[in-house]
Design a protein around this ligand. Structure first.
Ligand code: FAD
Length: 431
């Protein structure tokens, strides 16, 4: 059974691994290049940052091509990984079960969560390696009754050098990313083609027959019996719309807003980010020195990296946003999102104040990197794990399938969805 998997992130790598293990002939098409972490020294950036010469967040892609940024509104930057491993290579290694909206559609991913947690190997990072400010904020959150917990991590603490720059790629291989599943797929016989962006799906008589891929500036058809789209919430929607299929304008992104405070010599960057978190109804708080805000956000400019302290809010946003055929995205922060962010930021401020972190307290850049909801599963789709409007032979196996925003880390959810989809494909195609 010839199968094309598009994308190598949390969804694509998981699906490819499962299909290849079951004897499918798997061709993996990845639009980015092979991932390489950012290894240049950062000290040169400080003087440029202070004078504003670093410009805006678009420059991050010039310095570090795997990190793609898009402004989907004046005040919202979307981030994703375009490379082998997708967005997982930019992650902080948080692995948490996120299942908002699944019960409502009758989808229980507990067995998949358990299996993937075992495959990845989850640990708790040693608390003695938290910076004192992180420990103080944890204790302050405890005193405020917020019940903070150490974040479950897919990070080998022996290999981790606490550089604090997980988002620029792990230089020591301490942090798990989906390239490990990709390697398993390749070892089981899958063929990986990088620099191969898929433009659209070939559909004949209501059935998918393969894809059109752009390579070396030419458009080439590749035929297959089954096509699995796992290009992420933006990429998958773009391919579907280019194929004249109706991806939904329900994009959600889990808006991140980091409240910055100041503490001399806090050195928050010298630890694994997001060491602990507090869970609220629709957001989490977690210690995080937001590099995007530190480098590119004017109001954060006059505090040095050593003295900056950040506490992140990650909010489950309203599921409304559109991806267009040219890859442009329209997604803004709704009034209700702003209200809930304000509420969460005031709790974050209490934690900073109680932990002895002083002001001025300044919000960072609104950004989002959990891109989902553009092919949302409904109750009627759960038995097949495939929205009924997708043509025969065409499947989706990424975060696009999650109908609701999470306000929580989403790698595990994506991988669990993809595993379940891959098993449905196997069940279907083996008949
Ligand atoms: C900075 C950052 C930090 C994060 N940290 C965490 C964390 O600590 N824990 C956590 O659980 N979650 C984290 N996330 C979220 C998590 O990484 C994503 O939700 C998850 O990877 C989504 O999986 P996906 O397969 O849907 O998309 P992705 O992982 O983004 O993969 C999409 C893949 O498709 C490829 N692609 C796109 N378009 C095309 C095309 N046209 N043709 C071919 N290939 C294409 C991309 O290059 C990529 O390989 C983070 C996200 C970001 C941006």
């Amino acid at each position: 059974m010839r199968t094309i998997v598009v994308g190598t992130g949390a969804g694509g790598a998981t699906a490819a691994r499962e299909l290849a293990a079951k004897g499918f002939e798997v061709i993996i098409l990845e639009s980015g290049k092979e991932f390489k972490p950012f290894t240049r020294l950062l000290s040169w950036a400080e003087p440029l940052r202070r004078t504003g010469l670093l410009g805006n967040e678009k420059n991050i892609t010039r310095l570090f091509p795997p990190m793609d940024t898009t402004r989907s509104a004046n005040d919202l930057v979307l981030v994703r990984g375009i490379t082998t491993g997708g967005s997982t290579v930019l992650s902080c290694g948080n692995i948490v079960r996120a299942d908002h909206g699944l019960k409502e559609i009758g989808l229980d991913l507990t067995p998949e969560f358990e299996e993937i947690e075992r495959n990845i190997g989850i640990t708790e990072f040693p608390r003695e390696r938290w910076q004192p400010v992180t420990q103080n904020m944890f204790e302050a959150a405890e005193k405020l009754g917020l019940e903070p917990k150490a974040t479950p991590k897919a990070v080998n603490s022996v290999k981790c050098v606490s550089c604090g720059l997980c988002e620029l790629g792990c230089t020591t291989g301490a942090r798990w990313d989906s390239r490990r599943f990709l390697d398993d797929a390749i070892n089981a016989g899958a063929a990986l083609h990088t620099s191969s962006p898929v433009e659209k799906v070939i559909i004949e008589n209501g059935q998918s027959k393969g894809v059109i891929v752009r390579s070396e500036n030419k458009l080439n058809p590749i035929k297959a019996d089954v096509v699995v789209l796992a290009a992420g919430g933006i990429g998958t929607a773009q391919i579907l719309k280019a194929s004249r299929l109706p991806a939904k304008d329900n994009l959600w992104v889990d808006i991140v807003l980091t409240l910055g405070g100041v503490l001399k010599g806090a050195n928050q960057l010298k630890e694994l980010p997001m060491a602990w978190y507090t869970k609220h109804e629709d957001y989490i708080l977690s210690p995080y020195l937001d590099i995007l805000s530190h480098w590119f956000h004017k109001p954060w400019r006059n505090v040095s990296i050593d003295d900056r302290v950040g506490l992140m809010v990650k909010l489950a946003d309203i599921e409304e946003g559109a991806v267009y055929v040219d890859g442009k995205v329209q997604k803004d922060i709704k009034k209700e999102d702003h209200l809930r962010l304000d509420e969460a930021i005031s709790v974050a401020r209490n934690v900073l104040e109680s932990a002895g972190v002083s002001g001025p307290y300044i919000n960072g850049v609104h950004n989002g990197g959990h891109l989902g909801g553009t092919v949302p599963l409904t109750k009627a789709d759960v038995s097949s794990m495939k929205p009924s409007w997708l043509p025969e032979g065409l499947w989706v196996a990424d975060l696009s399938l999650a109908p609701r925003s999470q306000g929580l880390p989403t790698i595990l959810l994506t991988a669990a969805l993809a595993l379940k989809v891959a098993r449905k494909i196997i069940e279907n195609e083996m008949i």
